[in-house]
Design a binder for this molecule. Structure first.
Ligand SMILES: Cc1ncc(COP(=O)(O)O)c(C=O)c1O
Length: 497
């Protein structure tokens, strides 16, 4: 308690003074005080409180009192940071700026507090094995040369804004891609490029959702979906995906969650975090539910080119020509250009019933002028011709080898069970509740990080509420994955909650 209130006050005082940890380190050095990086970050994170001499130094630098920093003034109704000391008085009366209350119920924890702790540890020179983010480039997955060359040669021609929907050539290539995937009646005006699928999820949710609208979102999900529904004033109602059925959507559960306020069903296929790929029959049943209740279908298919085991990806929009569908796709994962920011939506099916919504999407698109034009300029190159990504997912390919390796290693750990992913580069194991008694996912994440320097994302980060699940990203090379799994195995030998 004392630590956390001290840490809060320390952070507030630092913020008021515009001082960062490095500034305190610098002042300490100037004044000949011994203050280490890890020491200050432990104070800031609430892990420990300083000894009296350090407390007095901090109070002095921050222009406050030791008592205030320690929270000893609780009963006195003082301003947030007392100013009797050396620094300017106006600081305590300064207006404070909080995050908007629109964000109150929004959570996006894939990059949450454990990541801060990992960064702190890295600042202290500790090497962390990161299995937490699906960003291919840092793991040696390189963008195909042709794509890089084509972007370079077009840079001079992509300096201005483009049409707000996107360049003609990019949209034509997307339209042809949709034709190959049998997505019906997508015209050039039904395609919008965006700065990644992320940008478009937000844009469509803002255009579509009225306060109180319910959107059916999978659990577990890619949490941006839940966050954007909530930010737009809607209610994300989670339908379960069933581990016992290879993480397929539980159709009874989905059906039972439809109410008169439900507007749309979101599917993520192939799925993050489970790596599941939905077969045609399951998709047909989802279409049927949407049809019965007149719902919009929103399908996130960003991993559709990362499918393994000779399976075929079926686009749900191809099965629903009579419904209003929006398919989300992009090049971040298939072309290893997550940093270039390019994705798109294709509106298909019965567009007559969604004219108003299309007007809204168009307004939102115009408001942001256009998406990153250099990245649009390589869509045609990327989607046409040879698909180098295939080399990663065929037998002997790197993604597939790493998937098999991680799967086999996890299966061999006592108390761990896991469904073999069929696509993408994620796996979502379960820890036996009888053995490990996990009740707090985030604590598990933190304990694994602190004990073994391995960073994963717990199930809760994906709106999966049963504790004891976590996601591993299997993008790192096999040797690194092996090292991380050795550590996980050692950890699970003794770890219990
Ligand atoms: C299912 C899913 N959708 C969308 C995104 C965001 O992709 P983009 O880089 O296109 O914004 C991700 C990223 O991890 C994802 O996993």
């Amino acid at each position: 308690m004392v630590q956390s209130s001290f840490a809060e006050r320390l952070r507030a005082a630092m913020e008021d003074r515009g001082l960062k940890q490095v500034d305190l380190l610098r002042v300490a050095e100037e004044r000949g005080r011994k203050l280490g990086k890890s020491q200050i970050s432990q104070y800031v994170s609430g892990k420990t409180i300083p000894r009296p001499d350090m407390l007095s130094f901090l109070a002095d630098v921050l222009g406050t009192t030791e008592q205030w920093l320690m929270g000893d003034d609780a009963e006195q109704d003082k301003p947030s940071v007392p100013v009797e000391q050396s620094t300017p008085r106006e600081v305590s009366t300064m207006r404070r700026f909080d995050k908007s209350n629109k964000l109150d119920n929004v959570s996006y924890d894939v990059r949450g507090p454990a990541l801060d702790e990992a960064m702190r540890m890295e600042e202290d020179g500790i090497h962390i094995l990161k299995l937490n983010i699906g960003n291919p480039a840092p793991f040696g997955f390189r963008t195909p040369d042709e794509v890089v060359q084509d972007m370079a040669s077009q840079l001079r021609h992509t300096e201005g804004y483009s049409d707000s929907r996107g360049l003609f050539a990019a949209r034509k290539a997307i339209m042809q891609y949709d034709q190959l995937k049998h997505i019906p009646n997508v015209t050039m005006n039904d395609i919008y490029t965006g700065n990644g699928v992320s940008d478009l999820i937000n844009m469509v949710m803002q255009a579509m959702i009225e306060t109180g609208d319910e959107i059916l979102v999978p659990s577990p999900d890619y949490p941006l979906w839940t966050a954007c529904v909530t930010l737009a004033g809607g209610k994300a109602v989670h339908y379960l995906c069933d581990e016992q059925a290879d993480w397929m959507p539980d159709l009874d559960d989905m059906r039972s969650k439809v109410t008169s306020n439900t507007k749309a069903i979101v599917i993520i296929n192939p799925n993050n975090p489970t790596g599941a790929l939905y077969p045609r029959e399951v998709l047909e049943e989802i279409v049927q539910i949407a049809r019965e209740h007149q719902l919009i279908l929103l399908s996130d298919e960003i991993y559709d080119r990362l499918v393994m085991d000779d399976e075929e990806h079926v686009s749900i929009a191809s099965l629903a020509p009579d419904l209003f569908c929006i398919t989300f796709n992009g090049l971040s994962k298939s072309h290893m250009i997550a940093g270039w920011r390019i994705g798109w939506i294709s509106i298909s099916g019965n567009k007559r019933i969604g004219r108003g919504l299309m007007e809204g999407i168009n307004m939102m698109s115009n408001m942001r002028l256009c998406s990153n034009v250099p990245a649009q300029s390589i869509v045609q190159t990327a989607l046409g011709g040879h698909q180098s990504v295939k080399g990663y997912v065929v037998p002997g390919g790197r993604v597939r080898n790493q998937r098999d390796f991680v799967y086999e290693r996890l299966c061999a750990i006592d108390g761990v069970s896991v469904v073999k992913p069929k696509a993408a580069f994620y796996i979502f194991p379960r820890l036996d509740p009888e053995k490990f008694h996990i009740t707090d996912d985030e604590q598990f994440q933190l304990d694994l990080l602190q004990d073994k320097k391995v960073l994963i994302v717990p199930g809760k980060g994906f709106n999966w509420m049963t504790p004891g699940y976590f996601r591993i990203v299997f993008l790192p090379r096999r040797a690194i994955l092996g090292e991380a799994l050795d550590k996980l195995e050692e950890f699970l030998r003794y770890y219990r909650q």
